[in-house]
Ligand binder design. Sequence first.
Ligand code: HEM
Length: 464
Amino acid sequence: KKKINEEEREKNSGIPRGTSGWPFIGETLDFIASGYSSRPVSFMEKRKSLYGKVFKTHLLGRPIIVSTDSDVNKVVLQNHGNIFIPYYPKSVTELLGKSSILQMNGTMQKRVHALIGGFLRSPQLKARITKDIENSVKLSLSTWKHKHPVYVQQETKNITFEVLVRVLMSIGPSGDLNFLKREYEEFIKGLICLPINFPGTRLYKSLKAKERLLKMVRRVVEERKVALEKTDDKGLANDAVDVLLRDTSESNDTQQHLPLDFISGNIIEMMIPGEDSVPMVMTLAVKFLSDSPVALKRLVEENMELKSHKAQSCDEYAWTDYMSLPFTQNVINETLRMANIINAVWRKALKDVEIKGYLIPKGWCVLASFSSVHMDEENYENPFQFDPWRWEKTGAAINSNNFTPFGGGQRLCPGLELSRLEISIFLHHLVTTYRWVAEEDDILNFPTVKMKQKLPITIMPMDK
Ligand code: HEM
């Protein structure tokens, strides 16, 4: 009877319909089970058909409103009035630290976001980094012919890690790079784990790895500060460390440099969204293309044309050359749509908010599901089919609310353009250098998107 009364009250209050499932665990088990299945959006699909596009559930110990509605997602992402703050599981918040861009709110988040976004999106950086990306890609590809099989997920991770560390702190291949890679891998193992911290636990080991990372990055930041003080050259910043060190924008009415610990912490935390996502998009592009020979053929044609054009003119590639191939960009869009590397964002409401007639009560969480929107047949015909051509018809949709692989609004991914450039360069050199045959492999979607076998492929030279 009590439950019925509660439901009646919630219904009248405008809280979206839905069920809270079992006491305490709510619907968490079903949520996780569909995450493990080959169709992770099934949790959402089932409830969407019962309750509508926005529904109430209970996950990870708390009431949550799930939105599979792109208009509602947009309002959540825009976050006018700073109503929605990021909400992560406890293990993540423990590892991130309070002053991480991923957790910060208000003016400080805006300041760091604008600084990093301004740098990563600048044409000067893209022009400069193109050569480095090419070198990393070509060097890696040159080793592929000796490997039987090539594990695409592994290889692409090495390429993109090198690029990321260069962009963040100008560290090239070296002992420092190897140290960072090793310790970073240890650090992120704890992102999704039981939040218990004492010697021997996963969280403890990850926090220790973070301490070692911080020590190293702090040393780099200090060295760079000294170097910066000695020079008058305030041209384009070399990397994210430079950007953060130089900033003196006003905060609390005083001109302040960002503290060195803050910079070191944020450099490490910026590796989290950047490290795994780009190689996974590259890997899934290879996977989807292996399963779609017609799309692959068109991609090869377009890229071979650019390659022969470049060979004839003896020109180097400009970053704009890589970004100018329309079919290649459509392959990337389609991969991003289907891959759903970041399938949702989690927020907590600081006030009661009403969006499209749905009430999100103060203190409740909102899960803005991107994958549900990307895999909704109202938005995309045959959504489970890899079809790069669909973007020729709906080109404008790249900027629509129905396509948000990089999020949107206040926290729109500052690495968006850099990621696209990296993926374009990788695909160009891959498909103009080799043919390949992929072994059977499955996509795992939980807790993060991965290939079960790291996507083994067998490489053949172009002319065979
Ligand atoms: C294909 C690759 C990538 C995807 C799919 C992706 C996706 C996303 C998404 C969905 C968000 C929004 C998170 C939220 O709203 O809470 C985000 C934020 C962010 N991304 Fe990316 N990202 C990618 C690559 C990168 C790269 C390469 C970098 C760094 C070089 C990067 C740095 C960041 C940062 C710093 C944020 C936080 C921004 C803020 O909260 O203000 N990302 N990313």
